[in-house]
Write a protein that binds this ligand. Structure first.
Ligand SMILES: Nc1ncnc2c1ncn2[C@@H]1O[C@H](COP(=O)(O)OP(=O)(O)OP(=O)(O)O)[C@@H](O)[C@H]1O
Length: 746
């Protein structure tokens, strides 16, 4: 339909021109002048006169009485797209009850409807993606087609108001010649005399009405400048309930609704903010409908953040956020578990809850049991010649890699007899706790193939630590630590069936204590008991020897560990990585730390991985306090007590020819008070070479061991002159204090 000068009369006839009120939008003089010049009705109030409304109602009531009086249903807006009947719904008065559904039989036969629907579909399809049929809500392609102006194609009109508000399609009209910085996308940048109200009545939508009263000029919303951002906001309408309550003529800036089809005097419905912002992909279940507001980039992202936290992620420990992992955190993260109320009492660390004395209580029976058991074992073995575990690293056969060497990384879980290391183990991991390799093995293999072979070689040769298995009896003393580890680390892994329901199986342990007290020995023993591959990473090595590629080495180590499950990854001097003094964000150490924590988090949250991470430190106080909670068990490995020192001395001397009576041995035990296990070992080492001092240097290479005199107490006396305890009382006090605050054993 062409716009003719007669149309200029139309507003005067139909609008309540006696009104003196003007919408705020009309206060923009320039724009008003433009409208006045163009359409001559911009001064009119938004309301139509009561007479006009009454006439309109009467007219269409008569004409479409079949709809108004029949058992017509009000279509649910979300069903708008389901059937053409939805488009031909009659508009009823607010006070009239809506019928539950539209019955096609009762509809007054309207021959024009198919045409209108066809036109509607054409209009919609031209402007909207076919899939997003719901976006047709509120659009009025039919009207548009009827009111086609030279400057407005029907499709443009049909897509004009709605897509920007409902479907998220950018308002293409704004692309040219429109400065939409202050207008909501639901408004055209052009005067809209021929445009439908943003929410025309269904009759409008169906095209059954004559050209509707022109809506007011675009509401100018001072200060509103989020137009473009809104259109780029990627909401998914499916995440929200269909918009059913957008007030007619909703104006985001608060402009009065153009109650185009309400008689004057009937208050226009209060405009409600739209319940949807189109194409936002966030899962907004239960979220309050978001009214379109000025969305700058920052506000858009803050909205996303808000949704993120509302979805529960916000409960995440704030310190966690310091590490941008770039991966989704699950609720299994230690960040959630370590606040300890989700952990069984037995697992509870008193680092967070002083009531954890119960945890130590829980171990007492076992402790006593284990103590006597270990004592018996150790005593029975002390009579035989015991070689201290050899810690020399055996080069792995995978040291030289060929193109097919990846195959050798097949999980021991799958290939128990193919791994030499496992054949040496006294208790190869078996039973229900040992799950079959899963599909994740394939992805690990894939990752392995994509990893630098040099790194794999390095891990194989320098990180994987193979040696003779270590038994519990090889470790003197430390009964409480052993008991805790057995009960809370080994048993859950070996017999996971018995621990079902315990979500927080401790697979990350921090062993802290003086140097040389057997922390590494403990790690090796755990690996032996699990029949696991033992990886030993030294924190000091990472930050010195491998500083440049430490991050990659950490990554590769965990990767290989996943491939060679079950695995025990032992990281000594962990304080070097987790120190609170590592502040530079992009320093190599910081990157290593991030990588390590990321890998650790993955291990802790994986239900499939058979990996235990054991970290050790002699400076626990240097670990960043926000990272302590990564360790589900923080166990003090103390200096050996007298019993343990006795065991160590006897065990070491048993490999040599010595002549010491019980009294002298007891004296040695007494004099080594304050010695670490390593100090004791050094003392014994120094003493056993005493007989060599009496030999002429020329004979040293030729003399047979049996020709040497036995080691005497005097040799120890001489050794005491050289070997002193390496730990000061002050340091010991520090461990005790730290253990009281954060340790899991007393
Ligand atoms: N409890 C112990 N039983 C038997 N030997 C021990 C014990 N503690 C220490 N040793 C001896 O000390 C040596 C060093 O032990 P280990 O490397 O496990 O100590 P560590 O606590 O890991 O030291 P660091 O903190 O320096 O890494 C062992 O090889 C062993 O000979």
């Amino acid at each position: 339909m062409q716009w003719t000068p007669e149309h200029a009369q139309w507003p005067e006839q139909h609008f309540d021109i006696t009104s003196t009120t003007r919408s705020p939008a009309h206060k923009v003089e320039a724009y008003r002048g433009h409208l006045q010049r163009t359409y001559q009705y911009a001064w009119a109030n938004d309301d139509i006169s009561a007479l006009t409304a009454s006439n309109l109602l009467k007219k269409y009531a008569e004409k479409y009485s079949g709809i108004l009086e029949g058992p017509a249903e009000r279509p649910i807006l979300s069903n708008y797209s389901e059937a053409p009947s939805g488009l031909v719904n009659g508009r009823k008065n607010e006070s009239e009850p809506w019928q539950p559904s539209l019955n096609s039989e009762s509809v007054y036969p309207m021959n024009c409807v198919p045409d209108v629907i066809t036109a509607s579909k054409a209009g919609v399809s031209a402007a909207l993606p076919p899939a997003d049929v719901s976006a047709s809500i509120g659009s009025s392609p039919g009207v548009a087609s009827n009111l086609a102006e030279p400057s407005y194609s029907s499709s443009t009109c049909g897509s004009h108001t709605v897509p920007s508000l409902h479907s998220g399609l950018p308002s293409q009209e704004y692309a040219t010649g429109y400065n939409g910085s202050y207008l909501h996308t639901s408004y055209s940048g052009q005067p809209a005399p021929a445009l439908p109200s943003p929410h025309p009545s269904p009759l409008h939508s169906s095209g059954l009405l004559q050209p509707p009263p022109p809506p007011p000029p675009p509401a100018l919303v001072p200060g509103y400048n989020g137009t473009s951002n809104l259109s780029s906001y990627s909401y998914t309408s499916a995440s929200y309930p269909p918009q059913t309550a957008v007030g007619p003529g909703y104006s985001p800036g608060g402009a009065p609704p153009p109650s185009a089809y309400l008689p004057s005097g009937i208050p226009a419905p209060t405009p409600l903010p739209p319940t949807t912002v189109p194409s936002y992909s966030y899962q907004g279940h239960g979220l309050t409908p978001i009214a379109p507001s000025a969305l700058t980039n920052s506000s858009a992202s803050s909205l996303k953040r808000k949704a993120f936290y509302m979805a529960g992620q916000g409960e995440m420990d704030s310190s966690y956020g310091n590490y941008s992992y770039g991966q989704q955190r699950s609720t299994q993260s230690p960040m959630y578990r370590m606040p300890d109320n989700s952990i069984s009492n037995a697992n509870r660390g008193n680092g967070f809850d002083r009531s954890a004395e119960t945890s130590s209580l829980a171990f007492k029976p076992t402790k006593q049991l284990m103590s006597s058991e270990q004592q018996r074992k150790f005593s029975s073995q002390s009579s035989r010649a015991l070689t201290p575990p050899s810690y020399s690293t055996t080069k792995n056969s995978l040291g030289s890699r060929s193109s097919d060497s990846f195959g050798k990384y097949s999980s021991p879980v799958m290939n128990e007899h193919g791994d030499e290391h496992r054949q040496l183990l006294p208790h190869p991991m078996q039973g229900p706790g040992l799950r079959a390799a899963t599909s994740s093995n394939h992805s690990v293999d894939e990752q392995l193939k994509n990893t630098d072979t040099h790194l794999i070689d390095l891990v194989t040769n320098e990180i994987i630590n193979q040696g003779p298995p270590v038994d519990w009896s090889d470790i003197a003393g430390l009964d409480l630590v052993k008991a805790v580890i057995k009960e809370e680390v080994l048993w859950p892994v070996l017999r996971s069936d018995a621990f079902n329901g315990l979500t927080a199986l401790p697979r990350s342990i921090l062993l802290f204590g003086p140097r040389g007290t057997g922390k590494t020995l403990m790690g090796r023993c755990i690996a032996s008991q699990l029949g696991a591959t033992f990886f030993k990473i030294t924190g000091s090595g990472l930050v010195t020897k491998w500083l440049g590629e430490g991050e990659k080495i950490v990554h590769a180590s965990f990767l290989v560990a996943r491939c060679r499950q079950p695995s025990v990854i032992f990281v000594s001097d962990i304080d070097m990585l987790l120190s609170s003094q590592v502040s530079e964000e992009h320093s190599p150490v910081s990157r290593m730390r991030t990588e390590f924590l990321m890998q650790l988090d993955t291990v802790l949250t994986s239900a499939e991985d058979q990996i235990v991470v054991i970290c050790a430190t002699s400076k626990p106080e240097e670990i960043d306090e926000s990272l302590r909670r990564y360790f589900m068990k923080r166990l003090l490995v103390p200096l050996p007590d007298s019993t343990a020192r006795h065991q160590i001395i006897v065990q070491l001397l048993s490999q040599h020819n010595y002549c010491l009576n019980d009294k002298e041995v007891a004296l040695l035990v007494q004099r080594t008070e304050g010695f670490s296990g390593l100090d004791v070992a050094h003392l014994c080492q120094e003493a056993v070479v005493g007989p060599l001092h009496a030999m002429p240097a020329t004979d040293l290479s030729a003399i047979m061991p049996s020709q040497l005199r036995p080691v005497t107490y005097q040799d120890f006396e001489n050794a005491f002159c050289k070997i002193q305890p390496s730990i000061s009382q002050k340091e010991l006090d520090t461990y005790v204090e730290w253990n009281k605050m954060f340790g899991c054993s007393q």
